[in-house]
Structures are given as C-alpha cells and as structure tokens.
Design a protein. Structure first.
Length: 151
C-alpha cells in the first residue's frame, strides 16, 4: 500500500497541476482572442508564458508518473483511476482533482488545436499575398515545399 507521504505528495502534485492548467487555459483563451482580432503584438508574451507553464507541467507530470510507477501503477487512465479508488477511497478530493485535471488537459489541448488552425489560416493567407506580390513584380520563381514551382 502506498505510504501517506506518497499519497499526500500525489495530491499536492494534482493541485499544482490543476492550477497551472487553469493558467494555461487562460493564456490560450487570450491568444485565441488576439488571433480572432488580428492583434499579434502580444504573441511573444504568450509564447513565453506558455513555455514556462509547459516546462513546469512536464516536471510535475514526471514527478507524478514516478510516484505512480513506484507504487506499481501503470501509466494509463484506467489503472490510475483504479489506484485512486483503492488508495483514496476516503478522500474524494484527490479523485475529483484527478478528474478535473483530465478535463482541463483536454480543454487546453482543444484550445491549442483551435489556435493552431487559426494561425495556419493566417499563414496560408500571408503566403497567397506574398505570391501575388511576387507575381505582380514579375518574379514568379517561387518554389513550394515539394520543390516544384509554386504560384
């Protein structure tokens, strides 16, 4: 059975991860708003904040995963849920934190994907504009990613 120390550290990791994911989601929402309003001047700040948060999340993820491995728990959602049901049966807060963390991670993933799609659309628009300007100046010797002429 896992020691009380390990269980307390696991719960603390979950609390910190939850807080960091909430911060990340806030930044991703700000980024999405900036993208939809074509307001790009804050992007260096967004990237810096996201990078810092992700580094901290990766550290906590590694720490949490090490706790689970040390207790013979497979790093799969079903196995972790089972472990929590056994070792945290009298502490629903930890189980709730784990479930909230999964929801937040999924929300962050979806927001990041949406922002990536928006950025991709801007990139395509900029590429078309660049090609149009090159053609207008008489220089049509552009090449696409496959090495073929691109107009």
């Amino acid at each position: 059975m896992a020691s009380d120390m390990v269980l307390a550290e696991f719960a603390l990791c979950l609390k910190i991860e939850k807080k960091l994911f909430e911060e990340l989601i806030g930044i991703l929402k700000q980024e999405e708003n900036a993208l939809t309003q074509s307001s790009f001047y804050k992007f260096d700040d967004f990237v810096s904040k996201k990078t810092s948060l992700l580094e901290r999340l990766f550290q906590l993820d590694s720490k949490r995963n090490q706790y689970l491995k040390n207790n013979g728990v497979a790093l799969e959602k079903k196995a972790i849920n089972h472990w929590l049901a056994i070792h945290h049966s009298n502490n629903h807060e930890t189980q709730d934190l784990w479930n909230e963390l999964l929801v937040l991670a999924d929300a962050a993933k979806n927001l990041n994907h949406t922002n990536g799609l928006i950025i991709s659309k801007y990139l395509q628009q900029n590429q078309r504009t660049f090609v149009a300007l090159q053609c207008a100046s008489g220089n049509i010797s552009l090449y696409g990613p496959s090495g073929q002429a691109y107009i």
